[in-house]
Design a protein around this ligand. Structure first.
Ligand SMILES: Cc1cc2nc3c(=O)[nH]c(=O)nc-3n(C[C@H](O)[C@H](O)[C@H](O)COP(=O)(O)OP(=O)(O)OC[C@H]3O[C@@H](n4cnc5c(N)ncnc54)[C@H](O)[C@@H]3O)c2cc1C
Length: 383
């Protein structure tokens, strides 16, 4: 009998998690990761933090030998252009690869800044992007960061800590006001500004003209370095073209990572995956959740029972401050801000049930929040 063949598309945490887990259950299978990236798998979280600050160069996910030990073949710089689900063949860089099971973990790419001159701004997703950004920072004295999501806040803080004069620009009065609420946004703004960066809220970018960022309120800011951190778009086109079900540009995956097509699984940022704990499909863009979903996909592809039910969560580091978040991530109808000794907690609820918790220097609340959200219980009263 010939050995089973697993193809994984993508070398982020979801792809690596899938390959590693499949290997555990199928020791004799042939496993190949096809990735568009030209670098061996690396961690993205440090790219806006220690790596950008210049504190580390080591972002490898695994040493090169690990892939040999696991007998995982890594094919770099090979973007998959076609999936033929009838023949069970994918095409990458002109080569065809057959599969018995396919796991799609193609992640997301930065959404271009859609204003005149927007292409002038740098972006931050890959190690190559981060290297370009860090090299530019080496000779820059000023920077404008456009977009105050977590990556924008982290990058602004890291560049300010390198000594650059940094302005963080976003349309909301405080960072992430819509997602996390005004009080949480004010505290995140304080953390960013504590690193020396300046937050410029309440106005969007109208255009970029050479080294000048023109804001909608008529102000112009000149900077040596301009970074757009304006969100991501899922890399789902190849899957959609192959007839794999896509909703809101995300591949639709069940809690076991299966898609509408037999022997095709999907995990990570490219998906909208059903979470058994939430009882609904979620869109999550966090490192650990991508890895968890990848493990589910690898196990399911190998014929094991596995489902995604964990409460999603991540930590962000704004300068030296670690802010932690657990949430289903699809909104809330009430929030309560609580001061903590040297920090804070925000409890989020929907229809009386805990759906999120954001903490700074309040780890007990972070752990408790995860339990309450997972159990579908109310947030603590009056704390
Ligand atoms: C700068 C930065 C900092 C971050 N910090 C944090 C953090 O602190 N905490 C946190 O939880 N999350 C963080 N994230 C988010 C986290 O990195 C993502 O949620 C995670 O990487 C998603 O994993 P993934 O495997 O789904 O996709 P990705 O990591 O995006 O990997 C997708 C892979 O697919 C490949 N690919 C795309 N198209 C194709 C194709 N057609 N053919 C073959 N390969 C393809 C790509 O090259 C890539 O290898 C950060 C992200 C960035 C960019």
């Amino acid at each position: 009998m010939t050995n089973l063949r697993l193809i994984v598309i993508g070398s982020g945490p979801a792809g690596i998690g899938a390959a590693e887990t499949y290997r555990k259950h199928q020791p004799d299978a042939h496993i190949r990761i096809l990735t568009a990236d030209d670098r061996a798998p690396y961690e993205r979280p440090p790219l806006s933090k220690d790596f950008l600050r210049g504190d580390t160069d080591d972002v490898d996910l695994h040493p090169r030998e690990w892939f040999d030990e696991q007998a995982i073949e890594l094919t770099l710089a090979s973007p998959v252009s076609d999936i033929d689900t009838a023949r069970r063949v994918v095409t990458a860089a002109g080569e065809e690869y057959g599969y018995d099971a396919l796991v799609i973990t193609s992640g997301a790419s930065p959404t271009p800044l859609d204003v005149p001159g927007g292409e002038r701004a740098l972006q931050l997703r890959s190690l190559s992007d981060a290297t370009r950004l860090r090299d530019s920072a080496g000779s820059a004295t000023s920077a404008v960061i456009i977009g105050a999501g977590f990556i924008g806040c982290e990058a602004a803080a890291s560049l300010a800590m390198r000594g650059l004069s940094v302005t963080l620009v976003a349309p909301s009065e405080v960072p992430q006001e819509k997602r996390l609420g005004a009080e949480a946004g004010r505290r995140i703004k304080d953390l960013v500004e504590a690193t020396g960066a300046t937050y410029r809220g309440g106005t969007g970018v109208a255009s970029i003209d050479g080294d000048t960022v023109r804001l909608e309120d008529g102000t112009a800011i000149t900077a040596d370095l301009i970074l757009a951190a304006t969100g991501v778009s899922p890399n789902s086109e190849v899957a959609e073209k192959a007839g794999i079900s896509v909703e809101d540009s995300r591949i639709v995956a069940d809690a076991d990572a299966s898609t509408n097509v037999e022997r095709v699984y999907a995990a990570g940022d490219v998906t909208k995956t059903f979470n058994d704990g939430a009882g609904r499909a979620l869109v999550i863009e966090h490192w650990q959740d991508a890895a968890d979903q990848g493990e589910v996909a690898g196990a399911s592809a190998a014929g094991q029972q596995a489902r995604w039910s964990a409460v999603p969560g991540f930590w962000t580091e704004i300068g030296d401050a670690a802010v932690k978040y657990h949430a289903w991530g699809d909104g809330y109808d009430d929030s309560r801000f609580v001061e903590r000794d040297g920090g804070f907690t925000v409890w989020y609820s929907s229809a009386g049930t805990a759906v999120g918790v954001l903490t700074y220097n309040a780890d007990d609340d972070y752990d408790r929040g995860e339990e309450l959200i997972g159990a579908g219980k109310p947030v603590p009263a009056g704390e």
